[in-house]
Design a protein around this ligand. Structure first.
Ligand SMILES: Cc1cc2nc3c(=O)[nH]c(=O)nc-3n(C[C@H](O)[C@H](O)[C@H](O)COP(=O)(O)O)c2cc1C
Length: 316
């Protein structure tokens, strides 16, 4: 039989985090749009082990998205201009949600509208069905002409959408911010004041790429959203700025490829992390990162992930 000291050393660190009242078994989330509706990844990972699964952004009606080509690889990331292709909220509930209900995982619906009224309607519909544990409001998509970033780029409109959605749901509301602004912390303060339960950041940075032989943009949409390793230092800096200005939980997203990347975000103060582009490179990325964080906590003799979050030391 093991003595008490050995038992403590061998016990698994607690990974549970509280995201605005939503208790997750661990801080690993899938970033919207990079994990489909879950089914696509079920052959590769045990979905029950994720902290939360955030589905592809949903709009009121189905959307075809932008014409191809709409994906382009760059030296350290990818450009996409999918344009919010999705099945629409009702088809999601009928055709995709039953599969997700079979797992013991928090399901967060990422929602997108062209008008504030549409955001309200989608929130109201999703709040009446079983199996949705939270909403993530996308006010940060750069690849559509109406909606998305149009709301996220100004503190007043960000406030208005957040308040509107909050009044139509009892679910925890996460507001997803865009980096394509001058002062992201100002927008964060505004959505906190409107009642947001948590904030996630960042969505993609607007970029472009040119085919020099054709002398034409690679993407039909001309510009697209840049994601992947190239944006990690920017995302990290923005998370750091925002955690210092709001008291609601912040979720870090942007270029997280391995456990070391995720640890940087947690140390800076992110309460959870979302894994996006990394899923396309390694479908097991989320769980590999979870295992890497677990190893780090053990190596540093930490029994609870909350003892690590926000422990960045000032200066050198
Ligand atoms: C192909 C693709 C589709 C995306 N679709 C959505 C979406 O529907 N809603 C949303 O809020 N963000 C969407 N995003 C943004 C990601 O969720 C994430 O914020 C961004 O890619 C940065 O993280 P990463 O560098 O880990 O990929 C999409 C990103 C990619 C690459």
């Amino acid at each position: 039989m093991k003595n008490k000291k050995e038992q403590i050393n061998n016990s698994e660190p607690s990974m549970a985090v509280d995201i605005g009242g939503l208790i997750l078994k661990n801080p690993l989330m899938t970033a919207s749009g990079t994990f489909g509706y879950g089914k696509e990844y079920a052959p590769y990972i045990d979905i029950n082990r994720l902290g939360a699964l955030i589905v592809k952004g949903l709009s009121l009606e189905a959307r075809k998205g932008n014409p191809p080509p709409r994906i382009m690889e760059t030296p350290c990331g990818m450009l996409n201009a999918i344009g919010m292709e999705n099945v629409g909220v009702r088809a999601f509930i009928d055709e995709k949600l039953p599969f997700l209900r079979s797992f013991d995982v928090a399901v967060i619906a990422n929602i997108f509208g062209e008008t504030i009224n549409e955001y309200k309607k989608i929130a109201a519909i999703l709040s009446t069905v079983e199996g949705i544990h939270g909403l993530e409001i996308n006010i940060s998509c750069p690849n559509v002409k109406r909606g998305g970033i149009a709301f996220g780029a100004h503190p007043d409109t960000a406030y208005e959408v957040t308040g509107a959605v909050k009044s139509f749901t009892d679910l925890p509301v996460i507001v997803k911010l865009t980096p394509n602004v001058g002062d992201i912390a100002e927008i964060a303060e505004s959505v906190e004041a409107a009642g947001a339960d948590a904030i996630s950041l960042i969505n993609t940075l607007t970029g472009m790429s040119v085919d020099i032989e054709q002398r034409a943009p690679h993407l039909k949409n001309i510009t697209g959203g840049l994601s992947g390793p190239a944006i990690k230092p920017i995302a990290l800096r923005m998370v750091w700025e925002v955690v210092n200005r709001v008291s609601i939980p912040v979720i870090g997203v942007g270029g997280i490829i391995d456990a070391n990347d995720a640890l940087e975000f947690l140390i800076v103060g992110a309460r959870a992390v979302q894994i996006g582009t990394a899923n396309f490179i390694n479908p097991r990325a989320t769980l590999d990162i979870l295992e890497g964080i677990d190893n780090y906590l053990k190596r540093h003799h930490m029994k609870d992930i909350n003892d690590l979050i926000g422990t960045l030391k000032d200066g050198r």
